[in-house]
Ligand binder design. Sequence first.
Ligand code: HEC
Length: 113
Amino acid sequence: MRHSKKLLALIVTAGVVSGLNAASIKSGTVYTKNCALCHGARAEGNSKVPDAPALNRLSKEELVTKLSDIKGQGFDNAHERMEKNARIIELRGMKYDAHDMAEYIYSRFNKDK
Ligand code: HEC
């Protein structure tokens, strides 16, 4: 009985961990295929698209807030152009979760960590 509880805990933990990995791999794919073009391969910005800001100095919280706003769940209109980009990207079947994407960008590219 004790043994099976431990096993269950292990399976649940493994499931959660692999779930997180799967989510960030997916955000990674979306980022590489869609976002890198304007924001840079490492979120450092792209001199050819000067309007698109670098994302590698934003905290995880800032990224979550901005990405939520961009996906139409926020309260201001600061990201009108990005909202349009996000709709186009989602129409291509590249849906992403704002939290997963924030985690991906922050953990891979942030320079202030
Ligand atoms: C066609 C170019 C383009 C693409 C593709 C693009 N962006 Fe943007 N992004 C912009 C521009 C321009 C802005 C600034 C204006 C705005 O926010 O509407 C911006 C703003 C942002 C901001 C807000 C930054 C800040 O400091 O306020 C975030 C976060 C962001 N983009 C994330 C993404 C993500 C994630 C993707 C991919 C799913 C993506 N962008 C794809 C051009 C692009």
